[in-house]
Ligand binder design. Structure first.
Ligand code: HXC
Length: 515
């Protein structure tokens, strides 16, 4: 055969493989508002940057007449490319080919590109759209999942791992996304569950739709399994592009620097955002925007546990991870979900050299039987562990309340924050003035001629003594009491001065966090 003939044969083979599951299956996919796997990759990556590998891999199924079937690419597309110049390894399951189900070779393709990502030290992005373990391939499918989960764990903290759920992700398949750093979902398209509606109906007699059981909203608002919620696939890809701009390629690098930009101080002016009445709530995201470059803030898990706010921004062109109590929701208390949410984010930032900026305004941990029984003790401990373990620069600003365990947990000096600043409005105490006065002045209040008057007097006395930043500052627990308008400058300085910070822990195989 001549070179020309061989080239034509290659083109023919490629053409067949690139057809995916065929016109009918592709039409069915599109009718549900979904792009095809290849379209997804091409939309997400820079134009002409995608290079596909293992296009000619064939499935290894022999039973149930599988040996007579041709499954192009075995239902998954793998390759490398860039997102605004940022290098990534990527795979996308092709639902038009055997429902994107995972057989032996399908899994091999995924684990090969994961190994490549770890070797090249670049992030891995997995687009999930699959009916789960390929039933015809039995234990080989299960083995494939196990190999993926193992690599997710090995890659954890070494390269960023991003999961995008653009279709069903059922059964044990959900555990690969759960082991990765960020899970993206799209309204009406993403569906994640371990056991589907049919099994639930059979076992428990309960009827529920796929959407209600594990749709994008449920995963974003209730379970907390998803980190980013979008209304369309295009919006989801824009979110991924934004995220990768804030994070480094791997754990030996820092995120890309951008030119410094001032915040939009007309829209986000601290003196207008922050209320004079100390009981009045405000949106802490506006405070973040008042200090962040160009007032840009990429919020993570926006819909889950909104009493704490986490996300990425830049200060003086450099990426930082913000963690902030949200006074708008439950007064910003720490509870089971908000502790989980913050702790995981802190660990991500620490693993990938992203400094942490913490804004504090909380009355403490949420009291109540529900929380105690849900394990607020062990969940609350996660945030203590994550901050204590983190060795990236840690800068804390106490805006208002820092009461009780909340004061300690929100990256106090005692957990080795590098800088703790407080606004003059800060109140640092074991508990709020009302509760405290009731306990320590119980007798005086009870025995007073006018107990109500006495109660108010004692609250005021306590407030004047403790509900300010100066007692903590007198012990050196606060490095500087600053005017709110100075916050950005102080952050810029603190980040600059701690750029070569190194800190190590006692030698150990690994810690045992309260998972
Ligand atoms: C083999 C599968 C498949 C699977 C779908 N297909 N899932 N083939 N193994 N797991 C095939 C279908 O036979 C069909 O092939 C094509 O994919 C499209 O599927 P449809 O059912 O026509 O599509 P749709 O109506 O959109 O329904 C999608 C679905 C449904 C909800 C995902 O296919 C479904 O319920 N599939 C099974 C889900 C499941 O129970 N998976 C196993 C989970 S257990 P044809 O040839 O007709 O086009 C698991 C264990 C993992 O994953 C454990 C790891 C630790």
């Amino acid at each position: 055969m001549s070179l020309r003939q061989k080239t034509l044969e290659l083109q023919k083979r490629m053409h067949n493989a690139l057809e995916g599951g065929g016109t009918q299956a592709i039409e069915k996919q599109k009718a549900t508002g979904k792009k095809t796997a290849r379209e997804r990759i091409l939309t997400l990556l820079d134009p002409n940057s995608f290079h596909e590998y293992d296009l000619f891999v064939e499935h290894a199924g022999k039973d149930f007449d599988m040996d007579k079937k041709y499954l192009p690419g075995d239902g998954v597309i793998t390759g490398t490319g860039t997102i605004n110049g940022y290098p990534v390894c990527i795979y996308a399951q092709d639902f038009t080919v055997a429902g994107g189900s995972l057989g032996y070779m399908h899994a091999k393709k995924i684990t090969k590109i994961m190994d490549q990502a770890m070797k090249l030290k670049v992030p891995i992005i997995g687009i999930n759209d699959s009916g789960g373990a390929r039933i015809q391939e039995g234990v080989n499918s299960l083995a494939g999942y196990g190999e993926i989960f193992y690599r997710n764990t090995q890659a954890s903290g070494v390269i960023p791992q991003i999961s995008v759920i653009l279709g069903p992700c059922a059964g044990g398949a959900v555990y690969s996304p759960a082991l990765t750093d960020f899970v993206f979902v799209v309204d009406k398209i993403s569906k994640m569950f371990i056991t589907g509606p049919e099994v639930i109906k059979t076992v428990l007699g309960e009827e529920i739709s796929m959407e209600e059981l594990g749709g994008a909203r449920v995963q974003s608002e209730i379970s907390g399994n998803a980190h980013f919620f979008a209304l369309s696939e295009d919006e989801c890809f824009e979110q991924i592009k934004k995220l990768v701009s804030y994070i480094p390629w791997n754990n030996t690098k820092t995120a890309e620097s951008f030119p410094s930009k001032s915040p939009k101080t007309k829209e986000y002016k601290i003196s207008s955002i922050f209320p004079t009445d100390s009981k009045q709530p405000y949106d802490v995201r506006d405070i973040i925007k008042a200090v962040a470059d160009d007032s840009e803030f990429l919020e993570v898990q926006e819909l889950f546990a909104p009493n704490i706010v986490i996300g990425f921004g830049r200060i003086d062109g450099k990426s930082v991870g913000f963690v902030a109590n949200q006074p708008l929701v439950l007064a910003g208390v720490l509870d089971v979900d908000s502790s989980d949410k913050a702790a995981r984010f802190i660990r991500f930032c620490d693993a990938f050299n992203i400094p942490l900026v913490t804004f504090v305004d909380l009355p403490g941990y949420l009291p109540g039987v529900d929380q105690e029984h849900a394990g607020v003790i062990r969940h609350g401990a996660k945030i203590l562990y994550a901050y204590s373990e983190a060795t990236v620069p840690k800068i804390t600003v106490i805006l208002r309340k820092a009461y009780g365990g909340g004061y300690i947990a929100m990256c106090s000096h005692h957990l080795k924050a590098d800088f703790v600043f407080a606004w003059p409005t800060a109140e640092i105490a074991v508990m709020g003035p009302e509760g405290a006065a009731k306990i320590i002045f119980k007798n005086e209040i009870q025995n007073a001629e006018n107990p109500e008057e006495m109660r108010k007097l004692k609250i005021k006395e306590y407030q004047e003594k403790f509900a300010n930043p100066y007692v903590a500052a007198a012990y050196g627990y606060i490095d500087a009491v600053i005017e709110p308008g100075q916050t950005r400058n102080m952050l810029i300085h603190a980040l600059k001065i701690s750029v070569s910070k190194t800190e190590s822990h006692l030698p150990k195989k690994h810690g045992i966090p309260p998972f």
